[in-house]
Ligand binder design. Structure first.
Ligand code: SF4
Length: 176
C-alpha cells in the first residue's frame, strides 16, 4: 500500500501547534510506516511538492507570503486541515486587525526602534491589511480548533483520515 503523503505548513503562528503535533510522541512512531512527511518545518524540503494527500496548516494568513503559500498548498493538496485557532479564526495574529496596517508598521519599526528606524521594504514579507483565517482565502476541509489543539485531538484527526474515516471534527473530507 502506498504511503499517505503528509505536509505541515507554518504560516502566521507561534509554532505551538507544531509542538503539539510533536507531542503525539510515540504515536508518531505508530503512524510512521503509513506516511511520508514530504514537506514541513521539521524536514528539509524547500519546495511544496505536488500530490500531497493531507496538509496540516498552522497559522493565519497575514502577509503576501502567507497568501502565496496557502494558495500553492491548496492547489497541490487533497485534504487541507486548518490546525489550531490561528488558522481557524485568526486568533492571536487577528488582534492586530483593530489597527491600520500603517499604524502597526510605524509602531513596530519606527516608534519602538532603538536602532535604524524605518519600515523594511525587502526580506520582511509585506503585510496584508488584515490577518485572516485560512478559509477566507482557500477551501478548508477540516477544522481542528484549540490553542494549541491537544496532541490527542490532532492524533485522533490524523489517525481517522489514515484509516479512511471522517474525523469527528470533520466537515467533509477523508481519503476514503
Ligand atoms: Fe500558537 Fe495557539 Fe496560534 Fe497554535 S493556535 S499557532 S499555539 S497561538
Amino acid at each position: 500500500m502506498s504511503k499517505i503523503r503528509i505536509a505541515t505548513v507554518w504560516l502566521d503562528g507561534c509554532s505551538g501547534c507544531h509542538m503539539s503535533f510533536l507531542d503525539m510522541d510515540e504515536r508518531l512512531l505508530a503512524i510512521a510506516d503509513q506516511i511520508d512527511l514530504v514537506y514541513s518545518p521539521l524536514v528539509d524540503a524547500k519546495e511544496y511538492p505536488e500530490n500531497v494527500d493531507l496538509a496540516l496548516v498552522e497559522g493565519a494568513i497575514s502577509s503576501e507570503d502567507d497568501l502565496r503559500k496557502v494558495k500553492t498548498v491548496r492547489s497541490r493538496t487533497r485534504v487541507l486541515m486548518a490546525l489550531g485557532d490561528c488558522a481557524v479564526t485568526s486568533n492571536v495574529p487577528g488582534m492586530r486587525n483593530y489597527f491600520k496596517r500603517d499604524e502597526l508598521l510605524s509602531r513596530a519599526y519606527i516608534e519602538n526602534a532603538t536602532v535604524r528606524p524605518g519600515i523594511p521594504t525587502e526580506v520582511v514579507p509585506r503585510l496584508l491589511p488584515k490577518s485572516k483565517p485560512v478559509h477566507e482565502y482557500v477551501d478548508v476541509d477540516i477544522y481542528v480548533p484549540g490553542c494549541p489543539p491537544s496532541a490527542d485531538i490532532i492524533f485522533s484527526a490524523v489517525a481517522a483520515l489514515l484509516d479512511g474515516r471522517m474525523p469527528e471534527l470533520n466537515r467533509k473530507a477523508s481519503f476514503g
